[in-house]
Design a protein around this ligand. Sequence first.
Ligand code: SF4
Ligand code: SF4
Length: 170
Amino acid sequence: MPSDAELIAKYGSLEAYYSHVEKQLPPNGCGECTACCYANPIPPHADADIAHGPHQPCKYLCEKRCSVYEKRPLVCRSFFCLWRSHAWVNKMEQYRPDKLGILIDVSHPPLMEATELWDGAFNDPRYRYILQKLQLTKLTIREFPYSLLKGANAHDRFELDGRRALKVIS
Ligand code: SF4
Ligand code: SF4
């Protein structure tokens, strides 16, 4: 992966680079899903304006999804979930995060982070199928169960054992 400086030199800005990436994505639209706008914690160092804990809606999330979409911050532009970015789930809506109950962040390979949107979603056979597919690409998987993230805040870090987070370290 090129450095930010190299991307800026080539595309003019990081925003322009991520617009370019977005145009290459398969045609799996977000539909009614808003999972990345509430399930993913945004720490203050990533973006102080929209910092929030996990399972807390971003202040710009409204009925029509993002109210500042055209001007959304870089931390949002550079986020890609499995559904939006992988052609093999193309149009199989049962894999969309709001239908599956799991938000799978593949923005930072070889690390993949799976966040449970409700209790028990990690036990779904569809998730085991996804894991089988992704382990072929040798991604490292971190899992964040709903029971762990609920009540955590944007500053919390998580202790990890193998692929699953165990507890919050404040
Ligand atoms: S989690 Fe994925 S499908 Fe859902 S709103 Fe975010 S980018 Fe779109
Ligand atoms: S700014 Fe918009 S895209 Fe970013 S997290 Fe908030 S609602 Fe979602």
